[in-house]
Design a protein around this ligand. Structure first.
Ligand code: FAD
Ligand code: FES
Ligand code: FES
Length: 467
């Protein structure tokens, strides 16, 4: 095979990558180097979806939408990308483009290519086309002038007319690519990763890039190597065991969602509200924990389920309980050469109920202001076991063990009242742009009231939108 190392397949054509800065995004490369200006830039931060493109799923033949503004070119070398130009044109439009015209689903048109890409991804998937799946599919796309009803109508109108994108060409065996003065290394297993770790002193790990790629430049001048974790086979594994599920550290949030949909339905809403499909297709479980953000959505639920993290590094492997992982604001206990290779999430005791709620300014595509995860067992109206963890109330995702201990062996109503009356003793949230300290305290109190209603009415209330 010819050397395809410097190649990206764009709309099924080989395109060579030459003379680019190491930091360039897929979006900038498409627009500025190849004049493919159908893909738009709105926010350049993953929030608006105007830059959506479809990328192959690691050569598997299936595809998914991502935000091209959040992907470094080095991450997608050898991959296959479909842009709006590959979908249809004025002379030969895609049925969804015709439907957008018929339903008046576009006004200024700036957002339209992004909506078309999200709509086509849904139409090409094996999901049923319902209001719910359409709403979810376009939850990462913003439109400021048309309004969403015509867009939803347009997608529905072609639901029966699914069209397969034939774009499965791609090579994923690229192990090393140099762009500018930076080398992207792509080990395909942990053994190869170990070799890099033994040989290289200064580098940066990169998984999906939905957090790291917001930083520009991605690495400083001293670190001229990026180790991409996306191709490491062990990191992409999902193992279902009798008592737990084990997720590789590189499993995407979307795959996590699909893996727990049946077995841990309590997690579905919080995972479905994680960013947007574009973000969930790219962002990973390991990346979420390693950002160690106090408002990361996964940590509280993993804390109350007492999950273990498997760590791999230059000196071998070890296990860390998640309660010992977070050290301070955006800090954790990992050494520079260590990664989270997998996460072991035990299923809750059958007698226990799990709740996980996130409050944010918008339902979709928004990071938490506060969140609360609860693992609780009650017997005859008395709390017998309780694990509480909250996000957005301290520098780290926080277990509220002292409060849980005080609530044990109390009647549900008394315990909840105790939590509400004394919350200030257990958490002292800060004020920031997302919410004031006062708001955060009141919001957590509200979530305790929600817990009380669920327990008293014996509801497995999963939605923050209920009652
Ligand atoms: C628009 C938008 C919406 C978002 N919405 C949400 C949301 O709703 N909820 C939420 O919690 N977050 C959200 N995020 C944040 C982000 O998407 C997540 O934190 C995501 O899980 C990060 O994973 P990643 O693979 O993209 O990490 P990357 O950006 O690749 O990496 C983040 C950091 O972790 C390190 N790292 C990555 N993987 C590993 C590993 N396995 N071991 C060791 N270190 C590793 C990297 O070196 C880097 O320092 C959002 C981000 C954006 C841009
Ligand atoms: S430009 Fe807004 S999500 Fe990429
Ligand atoms: S049509 Fe103008 S932003 Fe959507």
């Amino acid at each position: 095979m010819a050397d395809l190392k410097n190649t990206i397949f764009v709309n099924s054509k080989k395109v060579e990558v030459n003379n680019v800065h190491h930091d360039i995004t897929l979006l900038d490369w498409l627009r500025n180097h190849h004049r493919m200006t159908g893909t738009k830039e709105g926010c350049a931060e993953g929030d608006c979806g105007a830059c959506s493109v479809i990328i192959d799923e690691n050569g598997s033949g299936s595809s998914r939408p991502i935000n091209s503004c959040l992907i470094r070119l080095g991450q997608v070398m050898g991959r296959s990308v479909t842009t709006i130009e590959g979908v249809g044109c004025v002379k030969n439009p895609h049925p969804l483009q015709i439907a957008f015209t018929n339903e008046h689903a576009s006004q200024c048109g700036y957002c339209t290519p992004g909506f078309i890409m999200s709509g086509i991804s849904l139409l090409n998937s094996n999901k049923k086309i319902t209001d719910e799946t359409i709403n979810d599919a376009i939850s990462g796309n913003l439109c400021r002038c048309t309004g969403y009803s015509p867009i939803i109508k347009a997608i529905k109108s072609v639901a029966k007319n699914r069209i397969t994108q034939n774009n499965s060409q791609s090579i994923n065996k690229i192990k090393k690519i140099t762009l500018g003065n930076v080398t992207y290394l792509k080990p395909s297993n942990l053994k190869e990763l170990k070799k890099h770790l033994d040989e290289i002193k200064s580098f940066q790990f990169l998984a999906g890039g939905t957090d790291l790629n917001l930083q520009r430049p991605i690495i400083n001048q001293k670190e001229d190597k990026i180790i991409c974790l996306g191709s490491i086979v062990e990191l992409n594994k999902i193992t279902h065991l009798k008592e737990k599920i084990v997720l590789g550290g590189g499993v995407t949030i979307e795959s996590f969602l699909e893996a727990v949909r049946l077995k841990m339905p309590e997690l579905v809403e919080i995972l479905q509200r994680f960013g947007s499909p574009q973000i969930r297709n790219q962002g990973t479980v390991g990346g979420n924990l390693c950002t160690s953000s106090p408002i990361g959505d996964i940590a509280p639920i993993l804390l109350v389920l007492n999950s273990d993290l498997n760590v791999f590094g230059r000196n071998g492997s070890k296990k860390i309980n998640i309660k010992n992982f977070f050290k301070g604001y955006r800090k954790n206990v990992l050494q520079k050469d260590e990664i989270i290779s997998s996460v072991e999430i035990p299923f809750a005791n059958k007698k226990n109920k799990i709740f996980s709620w996130k409050l944010s300014k918008r339902y979709d595509q928004d990071i938490s202001t506060v969140s609360l995860a609860i693992n609780i067992q009650t017997h005859k109206n008395i709390i017998k076991e309780l694990h509480l963890a909250a996000g957005g109330v301290a520098a780290i995702p926080k277990m509220l063990d002292n409060l849980s201990n005080q609530m044990l062996e109390k009647k549900i109503d008394d315990a909840i009242q105790f939590a509400i009356d004394n919350l200030e003793q257990y958490i002292q949230p800060i004020s920031d742009l997302r919410g004031s300290s006062h708001y955060r305290l009141e919001a957590i109190k509200g979530l305790f009231r929600r817990l009380q209603t669920c327990l008293i009415q014996n509801k497995n209330s999963l939605s923050i939108m209920d009652f």
